[in-house]
Design a protein around this ligand. Structure first.
Ligand code: DQA
Length: 144
């Protein structure tokens, strides 16, 4: 089976971007960790700084039914287009787990709102790479 792991803006800078907040691991490190957790799965991990590209990937997920782990970065807090794209996946019966490396609720006020959460299957935040690993464990047990 395949799991889609979508990462939004600035997450390509992981490793050097505010390591005190986001950790020192890179996206390549994350891919390795997830692949080790699920050797029998295809880990399709992607990152984009372009909102429309992420929306296209979610449409792809709606069509394929593949489960999604989504870290939408700052788009989480204000993108209604992303809200709608996640909604069309979950309303079609797909799984979208919202993840964050940091705990947005322990940070600036503008991070306390997620427009994704109301249409996501679930949320895991504040645990670094462990947020993704737990999401993957859930998907392995419960999703297609
Ligand atoms: C983030 C939290 C967001 O507020 C921030 O804009 C990010 C990363 C996280 O993984 O902790 O880019 O989604």
């Amino acid at each position: 089976s395949t799991v889609l792991v979508f990462n939004g803006p600035n997450l390509g800078r992981l490793g050097t971007r505010e390591p005190d907040v986001y950790g020192s691991g890179t996206l390549d490190d994350l891919r390795s960790v997830l692949q080790e957790d699920a050797p029998d799965w295809t880990i399709d991990l992607r990152q984009t700084d372009t909102e429309g590209e992420l929306i296209g990937w979610l449409h792809e997920a709606a069509d394929s039914g593949a489960p999604v782990i989504l870290n939408a970065g700052a788009w989480t807090h204000y993108s209604y287009a992303l809200h709608d794209a996640v909604s069309l996946v979950t309303k079609a019966g797909g799984t979208v787990l919202e993840v964050h490396l940091s705990n947005p609720h322990a940070r600036e006020e503008f991070r306390h709102t997620s427009v994704i959460t109301p249409v996501a299957t679930g949320v895991i935040a504040g645990l670094g790479f462990e947020s993704y690993r737990l999401a993957l464990a859930y998907i392995r047990r419960n999703a297609r």
